[in-house]
Design a protein around this ligand. Sequence first.
Ligand code: NDP
Ligand code: 2IT
Length: 448
Amino acid sequence: MGASQQIIHEIMGRFAKRNPNEPEFHQAVLEVLESLEPVIEKHPEFVKSGVLKRIVEPERQIIFRVPWVDDNGEVQVNRGFRVQFNSAIGPYKGGLRFHPSVNLGIIKFLGFEQIFKNSLTGLPIGGGKGGSDFDPKGKSDGEVMRFCQSFMAELYRHIGADVDVPAGDIGVGAREIGYLYGQYKKLTGLYTGVFTGKGLTYGGSLARTQATGFGLVYFVDEMLKANNHTIADKTVVISGSGNVAIYAAEKAGQLGAKIVAMSDSDGYIYDADGINLDTVKRLKEVERKRISGYCEYHPTSEYFTGSQGIWSIKCDIALPCATQNEINEESALKMVGNGVMVVAEGANMPSTPEAVKVFQSNNLLFGPAKAANAGGVATSALEMSQNSMRCSWTFDEVDAKLKEIMKNIYHTASQVAREYGHEGNLVTGANIAGFLKVANAMMAQGVV
Ligand code: NDP
Ligand code: 2IT
Protein backbone atom coordinates (compact mmCIF):
# COMPACT_ATOMS: atom_id res chain seq x y z
CA MET A 1 0.00 0.00 0.00
CA GLY A 2 1.39 3.43 -0.98
CA ALA A 3 1.57 6.31 1.51
CA SER A 4 -1.53 8.07 0.22
CA GLN A 5 -3.50 4.82 0.14
CA GLN A 6 -2.47 4.25 3.76
CA ILE A 7 -3.80 7.69 4.71
CA ILE A 8 -7.12 7.00 3.00
CA HIS A 9 -7.32 3.61 4.67
CA GLU A 10 -6.81 5.16 8.11
CA ILE A 11 -9.36 7.91 7.53
CA MET A 12 -11.90 5.36 6.24
CA GLY A 13 -11.28 3.08 9.23
CA ARG A 14 -12.03 5.85 11.72
CA PHE A 15 -14.92 7.08 9.57
CA ALA A 16 -16.56 3.64 9.47
CA LYS A 17 -16.47 3.35 13.27
CA ARG A 18 -17.96 6.80 13.74
CA ASN A 19 -20.74 6.35 11.16
CA PRO A 20 -22.08 2.82 11.55
CA ASN A 21 -25.00 1.51 9.48
CA GLU A 22 -24.89 4.28 6.90
CA PRO A 23 -23.92 2.38 3.72
CA GLU A 24 -24.81 5.14 1.24
CA PHE A 25 -22.72 7.66 3.20
CA HIS A 26 -19.77 5.21 3.20
CA GLN A 27 -20.15 4.65 -0.52
CA ALA A 28 -20.10 8.37 -1.29
CA VAL A 29 -17.13 9.13 0.98
CA LEU A 30 -15.05 6.18 -0.21
CA GLU A 31 -15.50 7.15 -3.85
CA VAL A 32 -14.31 10.70 -3.19
CA LEU A 33 -11.36 9.73 -0.98
CA GLU A 34 -10.17 7.16 -3.54
CA SER A 35 -10.27 9.83 -6.24
CA LEU A 36 -8.15 12.10 -4.08
CA GLU A 37 -5.13 9.81 -4.03
CA PRO A 38 -3.14 11.85 -6.58
CA VAL A 39 -4.08 15.05 -4.74
CA ILE A 40 -2.78 13.70 -1.45
CA GLU A 41 0.51 12.85 -3.15
CA LYS A 42 0.84 16.35 -4.57
CA HIS A 43 -0.51 18.30 -1.57
CA PRO A 44 0.55 16.79 1.78
CA GLU A 45 -0.59 20.07 3.38
CA PHE A 46 -4.24 18.99 3.05
CA VAL A 47 -3.50 15.97 5.23
CA LYS A 48 -1.38 17.94 7.69
CA SER A 49 -4.09 20.54 8.26
CA GLY A 50 -6.72 17.84 8.77
CA VAL A 51 -8.79 18.88 5.75
CA LEU A 52 -9.60 15.28 4.86
CA LYS A 53 -10.64 14.36 8.39
CA ARG A 54 -12.68 17.51 8.70
CA ILE A 55 -14.42 17.34 5.32
CA VAL A 56 -16.07 13.97 6.09
CA GLU A 57 -17.57 15.31 9.34
CA PRO A 58 -20.69 17.49 8.95
CA GLU A 59 -20.38 20.92 10.57
CA ARG A 60 -23.82 20.48 12.13
CA GLN A 61 -26.61 17.86 12.10
CA ILE A 62 -30.13 18.73 13.14
CA ILE A 63 -32.74 16.04 13.83
CA PHE A 64 -36.24 16.95 14.92
CA ARG A 65 -39.75 15.69 15.57
CA VAL A 66 -42.40 16.61 13.01
CA PRO A 67 -45.90 15.98 14.43
CA TRP A 68 -48.97 16.67 12.28
CA VAL A 69 -52.65 15.76 12.16
CA ASP A 70 -53.96 13.71 9.23
CA ASP A 71 -57.37 14.04 7.56
CA ASN A 72 -58.85 11.47 9.97
CA GLY A 73 -57.84 13.59 12.94
CA GLU A 74 -55.04 11.21 13.92
CA VAL A 75 -51.65 12.46 15.08
CA GLN A 76 -48.75 11.36 12.88
CA VAL A 77 -45.08 11.73 13.73
CA ASN A 78 -42.23 11.94 11.23
CA ARG A 79 -38.57 12.73 11.62
CA GLY A 80 -36.99 15.84 10.12
CA PHE A 81 -33.31 16.29 9.22
CA ARG A 82 -31.00 19.06 8.11
CA VAL A 83 -27.31 18.31 7.73
CA GLN A 84 -25.24 21.48 7.34
CA PHE A 85 -22.18 19.81 5.92
CA ASN A 86 -19.70 22.40 4.78
CA SER A 87 -19.78 26.21 4.63
CA ALA A 88 -16.20 26.88 3.48
CA ILE A 89 -17.18 28.50 0.19
CA GLY A 90 -20.69 29.82 0.91
CA PRO A 91 -23.93 29.33 2.85
CA TYR A 92 -25.14 25.73 3.10
CA LYS A 93 -27.13 24.90 0.00
CA GLY A 94 -29.01 21.78 -0.98
CA GLY A 95 -32.44 20.27 -1.32
CA LEU A 96 -34.98 18.66 0.99
CA ARG A 97 -36.10 15.10 0.26
CA PHE A 98 -39.45 13.74 1.46
CA HIS A 99 -39.48 9.96 0.97
CA PRO A 100 -40.11 7.03 3.34
CA SER A 101 -36.54 5.77 2.76
CA VAL A 102 -34.99 8.94 4.23
CA ASN A 103 -32.76 8.49 7.28
CA LEU A 104 -29.71 10.30 8.64
CA GLY A 105 -27.27 8.25 6.52
CA ILE A 106 -29.11 9.13 3.30
CA ILE A 107 -29.11 12.83 4.15
CA LYS A 108 -25.40 12.69 5.05
CA PHE A 109 -24.52 11.03 1.73
CA LEU A 110 -26.52 13.63 -0.17
CA GLY A 111 -25.06 16.52 1.86
CA PHE A 112 -21.53 15.23 1.30
CA GLU A 113 -22.04 14.95 -2.48
CA GLN A 114 -23.52 18.44 -2.49
CA ILE A 115 -20.26 20.00 -1.18
CA PHE A 116 -18.32 18.98 -4.30
CA LYS A 117 -21.17 19.48 -6.76
CA ASN A 118 -21.79 23.01 -5.51
CA SER A 119 -18.09 23.80 -5.69
CA LEU A 120 -17.98 22.57 -9.30
CA THR A 121 -20.66 25.08 -10.34
CA GLY A 122 -18.10 27.83 -9.68
CA LEU A 123 -20.68 29.68 -7.57
CA PRO A 124 -20.35 30.58 -3.87
CA ILE A 125 -22.47 27.87 -2.22
CA GLY A 126 -21.60 25.43 0.56
CA GLY A 127 -23.07 21.95 0.95
CA GLY A 128 -26.12 20.78 2.89
CA LYS A 129 -29.16 18.55 2.60
CA GLY A 130 -32.30 17.80 4.55
CA GLY A 131 -35.60 16.05 4.46
CA SER A 132 -37.95 13.69 6.19
CA ASP A 133 -39.27 10.13 6.08
CA PHE A 134 -42.68 11.66 5.31
CA ASP A 135 -44.29 10.17 2.17
CA PRO A 136 -46.25 12.78 0.20
CA LYS A 137 -47.69 10.03 -2.02
CA GLY A 138 -51.42 9.56 -1.49
CA LYS A 139 -51.66 12.48 0.95
CA SER A 140 -54.20 15.28 0.47
CA ASP A 141 -53.01 18.85 -0.15
CA GLY A 142 -54.16 19.70 3.37
CA GLU A 143 -52.06 16.92 4.88
CA VAL A 144 -49.00 17.96 2.87
CA MET A 145 -49.52 21.57 3.98
CA ARG A 146 -49.84 20.68 7.65
CA PHE A 147 -46.77 18.49 7.46
CA CYS A 148 -44.74 21.24 5.73
CA GLN A 149 -45.86 23.81 8.30
CA SER A 150 -44.83 21.56 11.17
CA PHE A 151 -41.49 20.77 9.49
CA MET A 152 -40.77 24.47 9.07
CA ALA A 153 -41.86 25.30 12.62
CA GLU A 154 -38.51 23.78 13.65
CA LEU A 155 -36.35 24.27 10.57
CA TYR A 156 -36.90 28.05 10.34
CA ARG A 157 -34.53 28.77 13.25
CA HIS A 158 -31.63 27.04 11.49
CA ILE A 159 -31.85 28.54 7.99
CA GLY A 160 -31.56 31.97 6.36
CA ALA A 161 -30.70 33.61 3.05
CA ASP A 162 -27.02 33.96 4.13
CA VAL A 163 -27.00 30.88 6.38
CA ASP A 164 -28.62 27.88 4.72
CA VAL A 165 -30.88 27.87 1.67
CA PRO A 166 -32.93 24.69 1.08
CA ALA A 167 -34.64 23.69 -2.18
CA GLY A 168 -36.48 20.67 -3.62
CA ASP A 169 -35.42 17.07 -4.21
CA ILE A 170 -37.41 13.81 -4.35
CA GLY A 171 -40.95 14.44 -3.11
CA VAL A 172 -40.41 18.18 -2.72
CA GLY A 173 -41.63 20.22 -5.67
CA ALA A 174 -43.44 23.51 -6.24
CA ARG A 175 -46.35 22.67 -3.92
CA GLU A 176 -44.18 21.72 -0.94
CA ILE A 177 -41.82 24.67 -1.41
CA GLY A 178 -44.80 27.05 -1.45
CA TYR A 179 -46.09 25.71 1.88
CA LEU A 180 -42.61 25.67 3.45
CA TYR A 181 -41.85 29.21 2.31
CA GLY A 182 -45.24 30.53 3.48
CA GLN A 183 -44.63 29.14 6.97
CA TYR A 184 -41.07 30.50 7.08
CA LYS A 185 -42.36 33.97 6.19
CA LYS A 186 -45.12 33.79 8.78
CA LEU A 187 -42.75 32.73 11.57
CA THR A 188 -39.95 35.20 10.82
CA GLY A 189 -41.74 38.07 9.11
CA LEU A 190 -38.96 38.06 6.55
CA TYR A 191 -39.40 38.12 2.79
CA THR A 192 -36.00 36.80 1.78
CA GLY A 193 -34.46 34.37 -0.64
CA VAL A 194 -34.30 31.63 1.97
CA PHE A 195 -35.51 28.97 -0.45
CA THR A 196 -34.92 28.25 -4.10
CA GLY A 197 -37.28 26.62 -6.55
CA LYS A 198 -39.87 29.17 -5.42
CA GLY A 199 -42.94 29.92 -7.54
CA LEU A 200 -42.55 32.64 -10.14
CA THR A 201 -45.04 34.93 -8.33
CA TYR A 202 -42.96 35.03 -5.13
CA GLY A 203 -39.30 35.25 -6.04
CA GLY A 204 -38.64 32.10 -8.06
CA SER A 205 -36.33 32.06 -11.07
CA LEU A 206 -37.42 31.26 -14.58
CA ALA A 207 -35.82 28.00 -15.77
CA ARG A 208 -35.23 26.59 -12.25
CA THR A 209 -37.95 23.97 -12.83
CA GLN A 210 -36.22 22.82 -16.00
CA ALA A 211 -32.64 23.37 -14.82
CA THR A 212 -31.48 19.95 -13.60
CA GLY A 213 -32.85 18.05 -16.60
CA PHE A 214 -31.82 20.69 -19.13
CA GLY A 215 -28.38 20.98 -17.51
CA LEU A 216 -27.92 17.21 -17.66
CA VAL A 217 -28.57 17.23 -21.39
CA TYR A 218 -26.30 20.26 -21.95
CA PHE A 219 -23.59 18.29 -20.18
CA VAL A 220 -24.20 15.21 -22.36
CA ASP A 221 -24.24 17.36 -25.47
CA GLU A 222 -20.88 18.90 -24.57
CA MET A 223 -19.39 15.50 -23.72
CA LEU A 224 -20.59 14.09 -27.06
CA LYS A 225 -19.30 17.10 -29.03
CA ALA A 226 -15.88 16.76 -27.40
CA ASN A 227 -15.88 13.18 -28.73
CA ASN A 228 -17.09 14.09 -32.24
CA HIS A 229 -20.69 12.95 -31.79
CA THR A 230 -24.03 14.68 -31.40
CA ILE A 231 -27.18 13.94 -29.48
CA ALA A 232 -29.42 14.17 -32.56
CA ASP A 233 -31.07 10.88 -33.60
CA LYS A 234 -29.83 9.04 -30.53
CA THR A 235 -32.14 6.70 -28.65
CA VAL A 236 -32.50 7.60 -24.98
CA VAL A 237 -33.72 5.72 -21.90
CA ILE A 238 -34.55 7.81 -18.83
CA SER A 239 -35.43 6.33 -15.45
CA GLY A 240 -37.86 8.20 -13.22
CA SER A 241 -40.64 10.51 -14.32
CA GLY A 242 -40.20 13.31 -11.81
CA ASN A 243 -38.74 16.77 -12.14
CA VAL A 244 -35.28 15.77 -13.39
CA ALA A 245 -36.48 13.02 -15.75
CA ILE A 246 -39.22 15.10 -17.38
CA TYR A 247 -37.00 18.05 -18.25
CA ALA A 248 -34.11 15.86 -19.35
CA ALA A 249 -36.59 14.24 -21.75
CA GLU A 250 -37.84 17.63 -22.91
CA LYS A 251 -34.38 18.97 -23.76
CA ALA A 252 -33.13 15.71 -25.30
CA GLY A 253 -36.25 15.71 -27.49
CA GLN A 254 -35.64 19.34 -28.50
CA LEU A 255 -32.12 18.40 -29.57
CA GLY A 256 -33.43 15.64 -31.83
CA ALA A 257 -33.11 12.52 -29.67
CA LYS A 258 -35.85 9.92 -29.24
CA ILE A 259 -36.84 8.94 -25.69
CA VAL A 260 -38.21 5.40 -25.68
CA ALA A 261 -38.62 4.59 -21.97
CA MET A 262 -39.37 6.23 -18.62
CA SER A 263 -40.30 4.80 -15.20
CA ASP A 264 -41.52 5.31 -11.67
CA SER A 265 -40.96 3.18 -8.59
CA ASP A 266 -43.64 0.68 -9.73
CA GLY A 267 -42.56 0.03 -13.32
CA TYR A 268 -41.60 1.42 -16.69
CA ILE A 269 -43.15 2.26 -20.05
CA TYR A 270 -41.63 1.50 -23.44
CA ASP A 271 -42.83 3.42 -26.49
CA ALA A 272 -40.91 2.58 -29.65
CA ASP A 273 -42.43 5.62 -31.40
CA GLY A 274 -40.90 7.95 -28.82
CA ILE A 275 -42.54 8.92 -25.55
CA ASN A 276 -45.21 11.60 -25.66
CA LEU A 277 -43.99 13.97 -22.96
CA ASP A 278 -47.26 15.91 -22.72
CA THR A 279 -48.95 12.74 -21.51
CA VAL A 280 -46.19 12.09 -18.95
CA LYS A 281 -46.38 15.69 -17.71
CA ARG A 282 -50.16 15.55 -17.35
CA LEU A 283 -50.03 12.23 -15.49
CA LYS A 284 -47.15 13.20 -13.20
CA GLU A 285 -47.22 16.97 -12.74
CA VAL A 286 -50.98 17.58 -12.82
CA GLU A 287 -52.79 14.39 -11.88
CA ARG A 288 -50.06 12.87 -9.63
CA LYS A 289 -50.77 9.42 -11.11
CA ARG A 290 -48.64 6.38 -11.93
CA ILE A 291 -46.62 6.01 -15.16
CA SER A 292 -48.65 2.87 -16.00
CA GLY A 293 -51.52 5.22 -16.95
CA TYR A 294 -49.52 6.23 -20.07
CA CYS A 295 -50.57 3.13 -21.99
CA GLU A 296 -54.26 4.09 -21.85
CA TYR A 297 -53.44 7.09 -24.05
CA HIS A 298 -50.86 5.37 -26.26
CA PRO A 299 -52.08 1.82 -26.91
CA THR A 300 -48.99 0.78 -28.88
CA SER A 301 -46.78 1.45 -25.87
CA GLU A 302 -46.05 -1.23 -23.25
CA TYR A 303 -45.90 -1.21 -19.46
CA PHE A 304 -43.70 -3.53 -17.40
CA THR A 305 -43.78 -3.84 -13.63
CA GLY A 306 -40.57 -3.38 -11.62
CA SER A 307 -38.15 -0.54 -12.25
CA GLN A 308 -34.96 -2.59 -12.96
CA GLY A 309 -36.05 -3.92 -16.36
CA ILE A 310 -35.71 -0.48 -17.93
CA TRP A 311 -31.94 -1.04 -18.11
CA SER A 312 -32.36 -3.99 -20.46
CA ILE A 313 -33.75 -1.73 -23.20
CA LYS A 314 -31.27 -1.04 -25.98
CA CYS A 315 -30.30 2.63 -26.20
CA ASP A 316 -27.43 4.98 -27.10
CA ILE A 317 -27.82 7.23 -24.06
CA ALA A 318 -28.97 6.20 -20.58
CA LEU A 319 -29.96 8.87 -18.08
CA PRO A 320 -30.72 7.49 -14.61
CA CYS A 321 -32.91 10.20 -13.04
CA ALA A 322 -34.74 8.41 -10.19
CA THR A 323 -32.69 7.52 -7.12
CA GLN A 324 -29.46 6.18 -5.56
CA ASN A 325 -28.08 2.76 -6.55
CA GLU A 326 -30.73 2.17 -9.20
CA ILE A 327 -28.14 0.69 -11.62
CA ASN A 328 -26.32 -2.36 -10.28
CA GLU A 329 -23.51 -4.35 -11.87
CA GLU A 330 -25.87 -6.73 -13.63
CA SER A 331 -27.84 -3.88 -15.22
CA ALA A 332 -24.62 -2.10 -16.18
CA LEU A 333 -23.37 -5.25 -17.94
CA LYS A 334 -26.65 -5.49 -19.85
CA MET A 335 -26.39 -1.86 -20.90
CA VAL A 336 -22.83 -2.34 -22.13
CA GLY A 337 -23.86 -5.52 -23.94
CA ASN A 338 -26.56 -3.52 -25.72
CA GLY A 339 -23.98 -1.00 -26.91
CA VAL A 340 -24.80 2.00 -24.71
CA MET A 341 -22.55 4.94 -25.60
CA VAL A 342 -23.28 7.46 -22.84
CA VAL A 343 -24.41 7.12 -19.24
CA ALA A 344 -24.97 10.41 -17.44
CA GLU A 345 -26.36 10.63 -13.92
CA GLY A 346 -29.33 12.93 -13.33
CA ALA A 347 -30.03 11.34 -9.96
CA ASN A 348 -27.55 11.45 -7.08
CA MET A 349 -25.32 8.35 -6.99
CA PRO A 350 -27.64 6.21 -9.17
CA SER A 351 -24.88 3.77 -10.16
CA THR A 352 -23.37 1.37 -7.63
CA PRO A 353 -19.54 1.39 -7.45
CA GLU A 354 -19.55 -1.94 -9.33
CA ALA A 355 -21.71 -0.45 -12.09
CA VAL A 356 -19.36 2.55 -12.39
CA LYS A 357 -16.43 0.14 -12.80
CA VAL A 358 -18.28 -1.67 -15.60
CA PHE A 359 -18.92 1.62 -17.40
CA GLN A 360 -15.36 2.85 -16.99
CA SER A 361 -13.68 -0.37 -18.00
CA ASN A 362 -15.76 -0.42 -21.19
CA ASN A 363 -14.67 3.07 -22.15
CA LEU A 364 -18.08 4.56 -22.66
CA LEU A 365 -18.74 8.21 -21.86
CA PHE A 366 -19.71 8.39 -18.20
CA GLY A 367 -20.94 11.63 -16.62
CA PRO A 368 -20.98 11.37 -12.81
CA ALA A 369 -23.82 12.97 -10.83
CA LYS A 370 -21.78 15.70 -9.14
CA ALA A 371 -20.94 17.11 -12.54
CA ALA A 372 -23.88 16.07 -14.71
CA ASN A 373 -26.76 17.08 -12.42
CA ALA A 374 -25.20 20.28 -11.03
CA GLY A 375 -27.40 22.46 -13.25
CA GLY A 376 -30.23 22.41 -10.71
CA VAL A 377 -28.25 23.79 -7.82
CA ALA A 378 -26.35 26.16 -10.13
CA THR A 379 -29.65 27.69 -11.19
CA SER A 380 -30.67 27.82 -7.53
CA ALA A 381 -27.59 29.97 -6.97
CA LEU A 382 -28.74 32.15 -9.89
CA GLU A 383 -32.12 32.45 -8.13
CA MET A 384 -30.29 33.60 -4.97
CA SER A 385 -28.44 36.25 -7.01
CA GLN A 386 -31.69 37.54 -8.51
CA ASN A 387 -33.33 37.66 -5.05
CA SER A 388 -30.38 39.63 -3.64
CA MET A 389 -30.48 42.05 -6.55
CA ARG A 390 -34.28 42.24 -6.42
CA CYS A 391 -34.56 41.56 -10.10
CA SER A 392 -35.53 38.72 -12.41
CA TRP A 393 -33.76 37.59 -15.51
CA THR A 394 -35.59 36.25 -18.56
CA PHE A 395 -35.85 32.54 -19.27
CA ASP A 396 -33.30 32.85 -22.05
CA GLU A 397 -30.83 34.73 -19.84
CA VAL A 398 -30.97 32.06 -17.11
CA ASP A 399 -30.89 29.23 -19.65
CA ALA A 400 -27.82 30.72 -21.37
CA LYS A 401 -25.99 30.98 -18.03
CA LEU A 402 -26.96 27.41 -17.18
CA LYS A 403 -25.62 26.14 -20.50
CA GLU A 404 -22.34 27.98 -19.97
CA ILE A 405 -22.01 26.57 -16.45
CA MET A 406 -22.59 22.99 -17.67
CA LYS A 407 -20.03 23.36 -20.45
CA ASN A 408 -17.52 24.71 -17.93
CA ILE A 409 -18.17 21.85 -15.54
CA TYR A 410 -17.55 19.31 -18.30
CA HIS A 411 -14.31 20.96 -19.40
CA THR A 412 -13.08 21.51 -15.83
CA ALA A 413 -13.69 17.87 -14.85
CA SER A 414 -12.07 16.61 -18.00
CA GLN A 415 -9.04 18.92 -17.76
CA VAL A 416 -8.43 18.17 -14.07
CA ALA A 417 -8.68 14.42 -14.78
CA ARG A 418 -5.95 14.86 -17.41
CA GLU A 419 -3.76 17.00 -15.09
CA TYR A 420 -3.87 14.36 -12.37
CA GLY A 421 -3.10 11.47 -14.70
CA HIS A 422 -6.61 10.05 -15.20
CA GLU A 423 -7.54 11.26 -18.67
CA GLY A 424 -11.16 10.59 -19.56
CA ASN A 425 -12.16 9.69 -15.99
CA LEU A 426 -14.74 12.34 -15.13
CA VAL A 427 -15.44 10.77 -11.72
CA THR A 428 -11.88 11.50 -10.64
CA GLY A 429 -11.83 14.86 -12.45
CA ALA A 430 -15.08 16.09 -10.88
CA ASN A 431 -14.16 14.90 -7.40
CA ILE A 432 -10.72 16.51 -7.51
CA ALA A 433 -11.90 19.77 -9.05
CA GLY A 434 -14.77 20.08 -6.57
CA PHE A 435 -12.48 19.22 -3.66
CA LEU A 436 -9.64 21.62 -4.45
CA LYS A 437 -11.67 24.82 -4.15
CA VAL A 438 -13.27 23.73 -0.87
CA ALA A 439 -9.98 22.42 0.55
CA ASN A 440 -8.14 25.65 -0.27
CA ALA A 441 -10.91 27.69 1.37
CA MET A 442 -10.76 25.44 4.46
CA MET A 443 -6.97 25.83 4.68
CA ALA A 444 -7.22 29.61 4.41
CA GLN A 445 -9.85 29.80 7.14
CA GLY A 446 -7.85 27.80 9.71
CA VAL A 447 -8.99 24.90 11.86
CA VAL A 448 -12.69 25.71 12.30
P1 NDP B 1 -39.13 13.66 -8.05
O1 NDP B 1 -39.75 13.38 -6.73
O2 NDP B 1 -39.69 14.75 -8.88
O3 NDP B 1 -39.11 12.35 -8.94
C1 NDP B 1 -38.49 11.19 -8.50
C2 NDP B 1 -38.71 10.08 -9.52
O4 NDP B 1 -37.89 8.99 -9.19
C3 NDP B 1 -40.13 9.57 -9.53
O5 NDP B 1 -40.46 9.10 -10.81
C4 NDP B 1 -40.06 8.44 -8.52
O6 NDP B 1 -41.06 7.44 -8.69
C5 NDP B 1 -38.69 7.86 -8.82
N1 NDP B 1 -38.17 7.25 -7.59
C6 NDP B 1 -37.96 7.87 -6.40
N2 NDP B 1 -37.51 7.01 -5.48
C7 NDP B 1 -37.44 5.82 -6.10
C8 NDP B 1 -37.03 4.54 -5.69
N3 NDP B 1 -36.63 4.31 -4.42
N4 NDP B 1 -37.06 3.55 -6.63
C9 NDP B 1 -37.47 3.79 -7.90
N5 NDP B 1 -37.86 4.99 -8.34
C10 NDP B 1 -37.85 5.99 -7.47
O7 NDP B 1 -37.58 13.92 -7.74
P2 NDP B 1 -36.48 14.62 -8.65
O8 NDP B 1 -36.76 14.38 -10.08
O9 NDP B 1 -36.30 16.01 -8.16
O10 NDP B 1 -35.17 13.82 -8.21
C11 NDP B 1 -34.71 12.66 -8.90
C12 NDP B 1 -33.24 12.44 -8.60
O11 NDP B 1 -32.49 13.58 -9.04
C13 NDP B 1 -32.87 12.28 -7.12
O12 NDP B 1 -31.78 11.41 -7.01
C14 NDP B 1 -32.44 13.69 -6.72
O13 NDP B 1 -31.60 13.67 -5.60
C15 NDP B 1 -31.70 14.10 -7.98
N6 NDP B 1 -31.51 15.53 -8.19
C16 NDP B 1 -32.57 16.40 -8.17
C17 NDP B 1 -32.37 17.75 -8.43
C18 NDP B 1 -33.49 18.71 -8.49
O14 NDP B 1 -33.23 19.88 -8.78
N7 NDP B 1 -34.73 18.32 -8.27
C19 NDP B 1 -31.02 18.27 -8.66
C20 NDP B 1 -29.98 17.26 -8.73
C21 NDP B 1 -30.24 15.96 -8.48
P3 NDP B 1 -42.32 7.41 -7.68
O15 NDP B 1 -43.17 8.56 -8.05
O16 NDP B 1 -42.94 6.09 -7.92
O17 NDP B 1 -41.75 7.53 -6.29
O1 2IT C 1 -29.31 17.35 -5.48
C1 2IT C 1 -29.43 18.54 -5.80
O2 2IT C 1 -28.49 19.19 -6.28
C2 2IT C 1 -30.72 19.19 -5.59
N1 2IT C 1 -31.67 18.53 -5.17
C3 2IT C 1 -30.89 20.66 -5.86
C4 2IT C 1 -30.39 21.47 -4.70
C5 2IT C 1 -30.65 22.94 -4.78
O3 2IT C 1 -30.33 23.60 -3.78
O4 2IT C 1 -31.13 23.46 -5.79
